[in-house]
Design a protein. Structure first.
Length: 184
């Protein structure tokens, strides 16, 4: 009897924790990845129109969490032809030789105001570590994620071949707003 009660209480205790982290599917119609920079003193804002992801996340089991995101670089647009026309060229995004950029997580941790994902960001064949603080809220089936990070474009060689390179700020700020549903 004691053995049965112990087994039942152990089973109930373990069932309170997920066996594995949830797999999330991004709702692309409700999600956006935007970037911000300056050309001389004029602000430039754009977005990544196409991206794919494989995201596993559970705030109670961060070690089982992972994220892999690929960005279609031909979908990076500002909405201004003055900027959009040269973006795919070899001077800037070099879409012909580097059609994709990507992010692969290496770790997740809890921080004061949410979470911190650390990972490797690859752009133009160059890979550098980045940290992205983010917030996560979920009702169990749907989640909202918001994050913000910056990188220096010169670290990746972005725009360094262009005669306009000195006019564009080195820092690129990226905002992430995602809505996701758990995968069945």
């Amino acid at each position: 009897m004691i053995r049965s009660a112990f087994a039942l209480s152990t089973l109930l205790f373990l069932s309170a924790f997920p066996a594995h982290a949830a797999n999330w599917e991004i709702n692309k119609g409700k999600s956006e990845i935007t970037f911000h920079s300056f050309y001389e003193k004029d602000p430039i804002t754009g977005h990544v129109g196409k991206f794919d992801s494989e995201i596993t996340f559970d705030p109670e089991n961060l070690t089982a969490s992972s994220a892999l995101v690929t960005f279609d670089m031909s979908s990076v647009l500002t909405g201004d032809t003055l900027y959009d026309s040269p973006l795919p060229s070899a001077e800037w995004l070099d879409v012909k030789n580097f059609p994709l950029a990507g992010f692969q997580s290496t770790s997740f941790e809890k921080i004061k105001d949410g979470y911190l994902i650390t990972g490797d960001f690859t752009l133009l064949g160059q890979t550098h570590p980045i940290k992205i603080p983010f917030t996560f809220s979920s009702n169990g089936q749907t989640a909202e994620v918001s994050g913000l990070f910056s990188f220096n474009r010169s670290s990746f060689g972005l725009g360094m071949k262009s005669s306009d390179s000195a006019s564009l700020s080195d820092e690129i700020r990226v905002e992430i707003h995602l809505t996701a549903q758990t995968k069945p």
